[in-house]
Write a protein that binds this ligand. Structure first.
Ligand SMILES: [Zn+2]
Length: 279
């Protein structure tokens, strides 16, 4: 994943009269408007210029040297013309990769603050930490950091074939890689092997890390692997996974779109396998 031309930060620089970039979220959706060339996020000096009621603002960093802020718009605010809300998931293909990552960061920070208004230990109202991205309890000093949930995802290979599965929530006909959340005390590799065993009943070996992708819906970090089949017959759990099968890498069913880590892992193996054949 690229993260070019973005320098993250917590402490806002001194404000100037140059416009800054605003990623404003209401109920998990991004506030945009049409600038004549497509949907865009506002760039103004002060968010108040937009005549939209808003809550807290959060400095995120610099994109090409321009300050970027996240903003929370409370649920009961009605957006005036020309603004509208967009689900960030649908913007993955439209946004530049770095801009999508910054927007995802904005969404996670806003949602984290909304969800951590009070200390989870003693119930006192929390305040922002002076220098870190954290919320502190002024009463018991408990500190709450943004929550990130690691989720393993991976492609299982058997020579020219890959194991793909479909869950009930997928669009009709779509198959993808297996995935699941990491449990306390597990390594990422153990978590992936366990998920595979639980969901399709096979064992795997040679588990290799490939790449990762933040997935801010609501706070996952997808950690991508490739592994080789080691043994067992496919037996789906029938709950999370409805159907699973081996597919030839050059005769795949409908798979997730470009931009997703699942697709990246599949495409990567297709390239790797084609390279092997050429040797
Ligand atoms: Zn407390």
């Amino acid at each position: 994943m690229l993260y070019e031309n973005f320098e993250p930060g917590v402490i806002a620089p001194t404000r100037s009269d140059s416009p800054v970039i605003w990623f404003a979220f209401q109920a998990g959706q991004l506030m945009m408007f049409d600038d004549g060339q497509g949907a865009s996020v506002p760039q103004v000096v002060e968010f108040s210029e937009l005549n939209v009621d808003y809550g807290s603002t959060y400095f995120l960093g610099l994109y090409y040297g321009q300050p970027v802020y996240a903003v929370h718009i409370p649920d009961d605010v009605t957006l005036p013309e020309p603004f509208f809300l967009k689900d960030l998931r649908g913007l993955m293909m439209e946004f530049d990769e770095t801009v999508f990552l910054i927007a995802g960061r904005a969404l996670q920070i806003v949602q984290w603050d909304v969800d951590h208004q009070f200390c989870s230990r003693c119930g006192t109202e929390t305040v922002f930490h002076g220098t870190d991205r954290a919320k502190e309890c002024p009463s018991c000093s408990y500190t709450q950091y943004p929550r990130i949930s690691p989720c393993v995802i991976g492609l299982i290979t058997r020579g020219p074939e890959v194991l793909l599965a479909r869950s009930a929530s997928f669009p009709v006909g779509m198959f993808s890689t297996l995935a699941g959340f990491v449990e306390p005390g597990e390594t990422l590799e153990q978590a992936f092997a366990r998920e595979v065993r639980e969901e399709v009943g096979v064992s795997i070996k040679n588990i290799d890390y490939k790449s990762s992708q933040p997935w801010p819906f609501p706070h996952s970090l997808m950690v991508g692997f490739q592994a080789e089949f080691a043994g067992g017959d496919i037996q789906v759990d029938g709950v999370e996974i409805q159907e699973a099968d081996w597919f030839l890498i050059d005769q795949l069913p409908l798979v997730p779109p470009t931009g997703s880590i699942a697709r990246h892992l599949i495409d990567q193996y297709a390239d790797q396998y084609a390279d092997q054949l050429r040797r």
